[in-house]
Design a protein around this ligand. Structure first.
Ligand code: NAD
Ligand code: IPM
Ligand code: MN
Length: 344
């Protein structure tokens, strides 16, 4: 728990990002009204700002976030007007990598009334390196993308995954392709085996990621925590989002377990800017709202986290649905329906 008011930066971003963020902001006001100490700062970074000014995330703004904020609540970035995704890289990947937020937690718990209710999967995705190291080259007829894996990041991610599997008394599975990626995924398997020896109480095994995907689609119920590198974790967490109703419902939280900077946590839905539905009030705010609950829990505000999660479950149980889940509520109507189940 912080000994000062939590300073939370909001970056709504692009497309559906600001629409779903608008349903998270009242939750911050609600937490404040319940006595939680927080200050909010809204930042303009995203495609509109980039196209208007040429700025993605200015260095001074990055430093102010890193040293002057405690947490970031993020919508989504990505815009068809920026086809190379430069601003997404310089805003979102810069924050994940610069702040060393290597643990990306992506839970999958289908909500009341959805298929597979009772399933409880959690993806622990390394969030700063691997294929996302942004090193490579393109020459005529040849293109190279490097994947760099370092032991400190791999170890921190796996330690978090082992701790979680132990706390939940559930199985832990490492997704890898060490049969082909002998160097990078070889490092993952070596550290994983070391931690298996150190945690004899955790039922842990590695699986080739291709076989894991097949097993998950056939029956996800035997799995509990799944650990993966950045690229595999990105893919697996969209699959697990599908188990829980689709992209609109999946939350995530990224943090730096070693707390190298004041700002050591970022909450964002798993989905992107959804350009196909953006601006029409069709985006489901549940992923964003559940990400806000994860942030509350990380800040030590457990009662608010539980109350938000219970309000989402109650709204779903009462039949409130946006179009992606077969209903007809708009983004803001869904947000209102959820808030209607919050305690005062
Ligand atoms: P996407 O997640 O934006 O959309 C995939 C599909 O899911 C679309 O059909 C979309 O309509 C649907 N969807 C997404 N969010 C939804 C919501 N809240 N409610 C209902 N349906 C929802 O992925 P994409 O289309 O591959 O990418 C679009 C842009 O977003 C790209 O520029 C991509 O790079 C970016 N992106 C950003 C993030 C992020 O900021 N964290 C994540 C993923 C993709
Ligand atoms: C996600 C997104 C991002 C990723 C993109 C937008 C860089 O797909 O958060 O899952 O690949 O990590
Ligand atoms: Mn993704």
């Amino acid at each position: 728990m912080l000994d000062h008011a939590a300073r939370i930066a909001l970056i709504p971003g692009d497309g559906a990002g600001p629409e779903v963020m608008a349903e998270a902001v009242p939750l911050l006001d609600w937490a404040r009204a319940r006595g939680r100490r927080l200050e909010v700062e809204r930042l303009p970074y995203g495609a509109d700002h980039y196209l208007a000014t040429g700025e993605t995330l200015p260095e001074a703004a990055y430093a102010a976030l890193r040293d002057g904020c405690d947490a970031i609540l993020f919508g989504a970035v990505g815009d068809p007007r920026v086809p190379d995704g430069r601003h997404a890289e310089e805003i979102l990947l810069r924050l994940r990598q610069g702040l060393e937020l290597m643990v990306n937690f992506r839970p999958c718990r289908p909500l009341p009334g959805l298929q597979r209710e009772g399933l409880w999967l959690e993806v622990y995705r390394e969030n700063t390196e691997g294929a996302y190291c942004l090193q490579g080259s393109t020459e005529p007829g040849r293109a190279v993308d490097l994947a760099v894996h370092t032991e400190p990041a791999v170890r921190r991610l796996l330690e978090a995954a082992f701790a979680r599997a132990r706390a939940r008394s559930c199985p832990l599975t490492l997704a890898h392709k060490a049969n082909v990626l002998k160097h990078g995924h070889g490092l993952w398997v070596r550290v994983f085996q070391e931690l298996c020896a150190a945690h004899p109480g955790v039922t842990a095994r590695g699986m080739h990621a291709d076989a894991l995907l097949c097993a998950l689609v056939q029956d996800p119920s035997p799995f509990g925590v799944i650990a993966a590198d950045n690229y595999l974790g990105d893919l697996i967490s969209d699959l697990t989002a599908a188990f829980a109703g689709g992209m609109g419902t999946a939350p995530s939280l990224s943090w730096a377990p070693h707390r190298p900077f004041r700002c050591a946590v970022l909450a964002e839905p798993v989905h992107g800017s959804a350009p196909d539905i953006a601006g029409k009030g069709l985006a489901n705010p549940v992923g964003m709202i559940l990400s806000t609950a994860l942030l509350f829990r990380h800040l030590g505000w457990e009662s608010e986290a539980l109350a938000v999660e219970a309000a989402v479950a109650a709204a779903m149980a009462s039949g409130a649905r946006t179009r992606d889940l077969g209903g007809s509520l708009s983004t803001s109507d869904m947000g209102t329906a959820i808030r209607g189940h919050l305690p005062g």
